[in-house]
Design a protein around this ligand. Sequence first.
Ligand code: RAT
Ligand code: ZN
Length: 382
Amino acid sequence: MLASTQVVDMHTHLFSPRFGAMGLSGIDHLLTYHYLEAELFRESRVTPEEYWTLTLTQRADLMWKTLFVASVPVSEGTRGVIAVMSALGLDTRAADLRAVREFFRDQDPRAHMTRVFKLAGVSQVVMTNDPLDANEAPFWEQVADSDVRFAPALRLDRILNDGAMADAAEVRAFLETWCRRMRPLYMAVSLPDTFRYPEDSVRSRLLSEAVLPVCREFGLPVALMIGVRRQVNPSLKLAGDASGRADLRALENICRDHPCNRFLVSVLSRENQHELCVLTRKFSNLMLFGCWWFLNNASVVEEITRERFEMLGLGFIAQNSDARVLEQLIYKWRNTRRTIGPILARQLEMTQEDGRAVTRADVELAVTRIFRTNFETWVATT
Ligand code: RAT
Ligand code: ZN
């Protein structure tokens, strides 16, 4: 059942074909994923400064040699590359990447994309679209996207975290324009572990006076991803972020003060997971989603998903992939199915033990809710 259910991947960093080279695919991007770069700097003598002077191909070669040829791929990140290669019929013990690169070069991009979606069991992915990204903005001037497999989400980090705009009226007008142009399923922001709400800050004011009102106007939820400590080690670039325990009273306040807004929430610290479940039980305008980034490892996914079933029943979104490279969909969703399948099965088994026979239809309902319809319902404008 879990294997055949088509999931909706509600937060990724993938791009539809219309965004051209912004959409990453292939072995070189798979190997230079920042989850792996963090591992490389611990296994190789290369310094980040040296590494960043290399070409993409050279970086991928170094990664392959260090983590896959001279070592055994055991970590979640390295096994991901192996799982993708294996699913595509590639030699996972190759001495170098020549044949692997050739394989990707020979693929027809559209047919390959369709194959990846099929292998991953994914019907739709939600992108992360930053209207203030100079590379991305021009693509939105073109005609609407015809590829329904990709849906937009309007990312607010530059506005709420980087001080790109300070005037609430200006931000409001900007967001209204972009909601009309982009037609996002939701707005989204990642927030530090120090996030407070309300507080005397530009972020807090922009949230109350611009973001939340525009979300209400357009019937959009806002996704709050709380607990990232950006650039703890800046020399690692994207791999230089860490996580921190947040004070979830901020979330409590924002949900209570804005009952007409809907919130999608993920928190990065393992230590915050239980209180997030508690808060989700208190606020019907809060939908918990995903096992984010450093949590997306079997051991943690297992622990927090069990807790979620126990405390929230089927009322949460079990996972999103956060994929940055197309083919990562294959391994990330394979891992999710492998880890969450048995947990759900055990949960339903206990329901049965307690006296209610579980039918095939019950299983189907459970699987589709946590991997698809909870999200679809949450973003459906009424
Ligand atoms: O998981 C990641 O790839 C991170 O680098 C972040 O992009 C994070 O998921 C985010 O959306 O901020
Ligand atoms: Zn992300």
